[in-house]
Ligand binder design. Structure first.
Ligand SMILES: Cc1cc2nc3c(=O)[nH]c(=O)nc-3n(C[C@H](O)[C@H](O)[C@H](O)COP(=O)(O)OP(=O)(O)OC[C@H]3O[C@@H](n4cnc5c(N)ncnc54)[C@H](O)[C@@H]3O)c2cc1C
Length: 504
């Protein structure tokens, strides 16, 4: 069958690789020169910067993305890294000498003695949930079911709790709540909207110290956080190479303007250069609203799909300042990525984002060293520093183009508190605003990581009301993030294949 895939981001590439493996004729269309979407590199003055994902889960041997790539015969070298965390009052960076897997628990109890019991309760919940997830992947047996029931009993009291209620029940100190809820700001999610079961998965202890083992004995209980050696662009490059080697085609710098629908079936696409490509199936990615409202046409949807499209909430944008510097900043920051929180008021921070008010780094920012795992990103003697924050897609006052220099300077000044002398060592500066991301991803509203993980929110399903039209990527039912986008595309492919086979 001939399959046209609109968007050569990770979603499109993953779907395309599986289809090409099975002998389908794959045509990948993307408006950019290179495949990868947000995983493509920004290049300037001899430096390369990663515009997308920083730390990834599910890449370790045996994990889902690793298995997906292995099945295709793709091997990428990866390395563990850890995530640092600093608040206005204290820092929770990994200790110089390894202190064991419970170092954070001990440190938190020392910092917040009044909340010792709540801290113990959190870690009981964390262990039970991790165990439950592990057991769910085991062969079903009477013993497994019994163990699952035991673990579930420890989680049951929280099964109807959101993150805010959960952390308020456990911790009296708002600073402690931020330790666990803070990461939700990345998703532009209010702790009140998110189910508390998500918290252990976005705060895996193994993320905070790469020396923590991921399992006990032969059992792997926790995922770890990794970077791809040589840069995360290696992942889309390898997938695209695989597609081309299996007879597929990549059409760069081309926009798919219209999906052609005939008799309720996807029949092909009309391209920006006026050409029409007929196909047996069309796969779309990117912004769900743009795709269905403009490229497909809402008239082809049913009420249920239209309703999901209207209600689901995509995340907001990011503001990134990439710097090429002629000193080694890792002397001052040990983890390759560190979160610097500036406020304990997450609800207020999210409200600002949603109302077009940019905090200018005041609510928090991240500092990342991309060349740590990809030394070729910087010329000899130099290094890369990326400082970034979440931000509103559109500013209530002024435009990103007008404000970007002022905001970049503000972030550099903030980062300088941790990387002394930073501004004296800048060789080059590249700013990425929400407007730049809109262009890169072909979205009319930039949304950097997918959908907000709102409890009970339904995201646009892979299966659409138009026959042989599949929707994948970070704004589809799987949500965003590298593993979810890859696993979601693989799921969508299997479902589509099942139905396509049935139709002969
Ligand atoms: C700054 C940043 C940090 C992130 N951090 C992490 C992280 O630490 N961990 C993690 O797991 N994930 C992270 N993510 C999220 C993850 O990278 C994304 O969820 C994932 O890569 C999205 O893949 P995608 O294929 O859905 O979309 P995209 O990468 O947006 O690709 C879609 C592609 O489709 C093209 N396109 C769309 N419509 C058309 C059309 N009509 N015609 C032609 N081309 C079209 C776009 O140009 C784009 O190239 C991060 C993302 C960003 C931006």
């Amino acid at each position: 069958m001939k399959i046209v895939i609109i968007g050569a981001g990770l979603g499109g590439l993953s779907f395309g690789a599986l289809a090409a493996r099975d002998g389908h004729e794959v045509l990948l269309i993307d408006k950019n020169k290179e495949p990868g979407g947000v995983l493509t590199l920004a290049r300037q003055d001899g430096f390369c910067f990663e515009q997308g994902p920083l730390l990834l889960t599910d890449l370790a041997p045996g994990d889902s993305v690793w298995r997906f790539l292995k099945e295709l015969g793709i091997r990428l070298e990866t390395q563990r890294e850890d995530r640092g965390l600093c608040t206005p009052d204290f820092s929770l960076n990994p200790p110089e000498c390894y202190e064991g897997p419970d170092w954070r628990k001990k440190r938190l109890k020392a910092l917040f003695p009044a909340d010792r019991r709540g801290i113990d309760e959190y870690y009981r919940f964390y262990d039970a949930l991790t165990k439950l997830r592990f057991l769910a992947g085991e062969k079903p047996s009477a013993l497994t079911m019994l163990k699952m029931a035991r673990a579930y009993r420890k989680i049951k009291p929280y099964e109807n709790m959101n993150c805010r209620a959960f952390t308020e029940k456990l911790f009296s100190d708002e600073r402690l709540r931020l330790i666990f809820n803070g990461i939700l700001a990345d998703f532009c999610a209010d702790p009140e909207e998110v189910h508390c079961l998500l918290l252990p998965f976005v705060n895996t202890e193994t993320a905070f110290d790469k020396r923590i083992p991921t399992g006990r004995g032969k059992k792997k209980l926790y995922s770890d956080y990794r970077v791809i050696t040589g840069g995360c662009q290696k992942l889309p490059e390898a997938l695209c190479e695989y597609i081309l080697a299996h007879g597929g085609t990549f059409l760069p710098e081309t926009v798919a303007e219209k999906v052609l629908v005939e008799d309720g079936k996807a029949a092909g696409v009309r391209l920006s250069d006026g050409r029409v490509v007929y196909a047996d199936a069309v796969v779309g990615a990117g912004s769900a609203r743009d795709f269905f409202e403009q490229t497909v046409g809402e008239a082809y949807l049913d009420d249920a799909y239209r309703d999901i499209l209207k209600r689901f909430r995509p995340m907001e944008a990011v503001f990134m300042v990439h710097l090429g510097v002629d000193f080694d900043p890792s002397v001052y920051q040990k983890p390759c990525l560190c979160y610097y929180y500036g406020s304990y008021d997450l609800h207020g921070a999210v409200e600002k984002l949603r109302n077009g008010v940019y905090h200018g780094g005041g609510d928090g920012y991240l500092i990342y060293f991309p060349d740590r795992h990809a030394p070729a990103f910087a010329p000899a003697g130099c290094h890369c520093v990326t400082i970034y924050t979440v931000c509103p897609d559109r500013l209530r006052e002024g435009s990103w183009e007008e404000k970007k220099e002022e905001y970049a300077d503000r972030l550099i000044r903030l980062a300088e508190k941790h990387l002394p002398g930073l501004s004296d060592h800048i060789v080059t500066k590249k700013i990425m605003t929400a407007e730049d991301y809109r262009r890169l991803t072909h979205m009319s509203k930039s949304s950097f990581g997918g959908t907000v993980p709102i409890w009970k929110q339904k995201n646009p399903p892979h299966k659409t009301p138009v026959k042989n039209l599949v929707f994948i990527g970070q704004q589809s039912e799987n949500g965003g993030g590298v593993p979810l986008v890859i696993n979601g595309a693989a799921d969508a492919y299997e479902k589509w294949k099942g139905e396509a086979d049935l139709c002969g």
